[in-house]
Ligand binder design. Structure first.
Ligand SMILES: NC(=O)c1ccc[n+]([C@@H]2O[C@H](COP(=O)([O-])OP(=O)(O)OC[C@H]3O[C@@H](n4cnc5c(N)ncnc54)[C@H](OP(=O)(O)O)[C@@H]3O)[C@@H](O)[C@H]2O)c1
Length: 229
């Protein structure tokens, strides 16, 4: 049992995802309004994206430095919609348990410090501790389904967490808002990034729909075909 997972991203024509560089060629609110049509009851982002856009500026610094080890899932509360952060070592600092009205769930590995988990409890943040050295993504999404009732999860970047979900066979659908701009910079992450170099073949997709949007953007939806692991 796991949620249906749709990767929803804003992308330049060359597959780059640096939001600020694409602002001038993106219609206002288009990423959000296309995303809303996907009817997710949760969205998930990697640590870099959470740090850049949503968490407190200063990272969490552990006093005890004692790894938490295996822990039960902590459900601070159930909600209608959730924001999920994938943060291996428990670095992100949060001021409360909500992001724009979505209840926050932090997925961390057993290496996250125990005082990090205490901080999350104090702030009313739910958490999942899963994976000895890194967050076990298949298990994490199963727990989102089991403990929080999440049915449709929107995977919203950045490129490296998207690549990790893809590599784990956890992406069912790709939803790209392709905007009329070219980035071209080498170091900017792509929609899917960091996948093992041993993977030689592209993951096959099947077109579900394509819609022309304002400002010459295209909203393209693909179903991910069964992958060879
Ligand atoms: N255009 C869009 O729609 C869109 C959407 C979102 C973000 N963005 C942009 O994307 C950029 C950030 O992307 P990014 O690729 O650098 O970072 P990211 O995917 O947001 O985060 C990557 C981090 O997630 C953590 N992580 C935990 N488990 C992981 C796993 N199994 N595999 C991979 N990573 C894992 C790692 O941090 P640890 O060191 O903690 O393990 C890793 O460094 C930002 O510029 C942001 O603005 C664009």
């Amino acid at each position: 049992m796991r949620p249906y997972i749709i990767c929803h991203m804003l992308s330049s024509v060359d597959g780059k995802i640096d939001g600020p560089s694409l602002r001038a060629v993106t219609g206002s609110g288009e990423y959000e309004s296309t995303g809303a049509q996907l009817n997710g009851d949760a969205w998930v982002c990697g640590r870099e994206t959470m740090q850049r856009h949503f968490a407190e500026d200063e990272p969490f610094v552990s006093k005890s430095k004692r790894p938490a080890g295996p822990r039960d899932v902590y459900v601070a509360r159930r909600a209608e919609s959730y924001a999920v952060s994938i943060d291996t070592l428990g670095k992100l600092r949060w001021s409360n348990g909500d992001i724009d009205g979505d209840h926050l769930i932090c997925a961390v590995s057993e290496r996250a410090p125990e005082d990090y988990l205490s901080m999350l409890q104090k702030k009313g943040v739910s958490y999942i501790v899963i994976g000895a050295t890194s967050v076990d993504l298949p298990q994490a999404v199963s727990q989102l389904s089991e403990h929080f009732g999440i049915k449709t999860l929107l995977l919203e970047g950045g490129g490296h967490i998207n690549g990790a979900f893809l590599q784990a066979g956890l992406v069912d659908e790709v939803s790209i808002l392709l905007v009329p701009g070219i980035d071209g910079r080498h170091d900017i992450p792509a929609v899917f990034d960091g996948v093992s170099p041993s993977r030689k073949d592209a993951v096959p997709l099947k077109l579900k729909s394509v819609e022309q949007r304002k400002n010459d953007a295209l909203w393209i939806r693909y179903k991910v075909m069964k992958q060879q692991q």
